[in-house]
Design a protein around this ligand. Structure first.
Ligand SMILES: *Cc1c(COP(=O)(O)O)cnc(C)c1O
Length: 371
């Protein structure tokens, strides 16, 4: 509601770079009619979370948490063979991605990432007044040469998610190493491994080793995906002491809650849950992709994915928008991404076996009917 009196009244004006931000669009959990749907739109773990983590939640104290998350950092470091002094916790990896941009970039600086990259990078760049610079994709994947071609003396930060969201694409270690080798030493390379635990050990991209060996590499991880703790908002990052000191200066002082620290510690000890989640995802993703590949003559194209979701392109008579609506009628909400330049695609989280069967069957019915 506006009228002439409010228009003529001076009001606080946001900074222009803040006003230019399109707020993050979260995955939906309801249909257009408000009906609750099975949510395969936010890459959550269909197995839930570790029972040990749920038990730990009940025991957590209600007072201020340990501001340094010491026990949690020590356990993470031991698990990955890192120095605990080189680990910093965040309120989700989202906080750490924003702090990385804020700590190293500002007005007049460039922050680079790929087209069809994680939508938080654009927000993180703009929040600190830096200019987002978007590299073209390579058939929806990350193109190292395209990223390097955009580097100038204004470049301060490069973000790469590996595996990438929403495409699921994955750069092998050699490509990550080539990207790092091509960057000036004073450019921060942030490698976002939110889906790192889903990748087979032999396909490790070497990012943690790069972060250990070089002063300009930060790796971020999260408890939101395979650990199933998205509701608690817990992420971590590792890198050289200088990078960690910067993030510690500007992070929230009590940025991981007591329940979050307790649940994450319990989740880290439950290797069986994590392994079951990884195997479920690997097997169900392969089964789902095989069914969609059989619909290739109807224009459905699942992109190769190393993550817990598949991006499906609709290049035939059935559109992504119609498929989104048809899946909602069948009780499911997935992610349609017109706002990210992907009106022809749906990102579908790998859920329970029976749900993936219903979705694959629904897509087949709709694709055949759309002929
Ligand atoms: C889900 C996701 C994250 C995790 O965000 P949190 O704030 O830790 O929940 C980070 N990066 C990417 C690419 C993601 O998809």
């Amino acid at each position: 509601m506006t009228d002439s009196s409010t228009l003529s009244t001076p009001a606080p004006q946001p900074k222009p770079w803040i006003e230019a931000i399109h707020a993050y669009v979260p995955g939906k959990s309801k249909g257009k009619d408000g009906r609750p749907l099975i949510k395969l739109s936010a890459n959550e773990n269909p197995l839930g979370t570790s029972a040990a983590a749920l038990e730990a939640r009940a025991q957590a104290p209600a007072l201020y948490p340990d501001p340094d998350s010491t026990a949690l950092r020590t356990t993470i470091a031991a698990k990955h063979g890192l120095d605990a002094a080189r680990v910093v916790m965040g309120t989700g990896s989202d906080e750490l991605l924003n702090l990385a941009a804020q700590g190293y970039a500002g007005p007049g600086d460039d922050v680079i990432y790929v087209r069809y990259g994680f939508s938080v990078y654009d927000i993180a760049a703009r929040r600190c007044g830096a200019t987002p610079v978007v590299a073209p994709d390579l058939d929806f994947g990350t193109d190292v040469d395209a990223l390097l071609a955009l580097v100038t003396e204004r470049t301060r930060v490069v973000f790469v998610a590996n595996p990438n969201n929403p495409t699921g694409s994955y750069l092998p270690g050699g490509e990550i190493a080539r990207l790092h080798a091509g960057l000036p030493a004073d450019v921060l390379l942030v490698i976002d491994q939110a889906y790192g635990e889903y990748v087979a050990a032999e396909d490790d991209d070497g990012a943690l080793a790069l972060a250990e060996a070089h002063a300009n590499v930060l790796v971020t991880r999260t408890f939101s995906k395979i650990f199933g703790l998205a509701g608690e908002r817990i992420g971590w990052a590792t890198g050289a002491p200088g990078l960690i000191a910067t993030l510690n200066r500007i992070r929230g002082p009590f940025n991981v809650s007591s329940t979050g620290q307790a649940m994450a510690l319990a989740a880290l000890a439950d290797d069986a849950f994590v392994e079951a989640s990884r195997v479920h995802n690997r097997d169900e993703r392969a089964r789902f992709v095989a069914k969609l590949e059989a619909l290739g003559n109807h224009g459905l194209r699942p992109l190769p994915s190393e993550a817990n979701f598949v991006l499906v392109l609709f290049e035939g008579a059935l559109t992504a928008e119609a498929a989104f609506d048809g899946l909602a009628e069948r009780g499911y909400v997935v992610r349609w991404l017109p706002g990210q330049g992907l009106p022809q695609a749906l990102r579908i989280t790998i859920g329970k076996s029976e749900d993936m069967d219903v979705i694959a069957e629904g897509l087949r019915e709709m694709a055949e009917a759309a002929q």
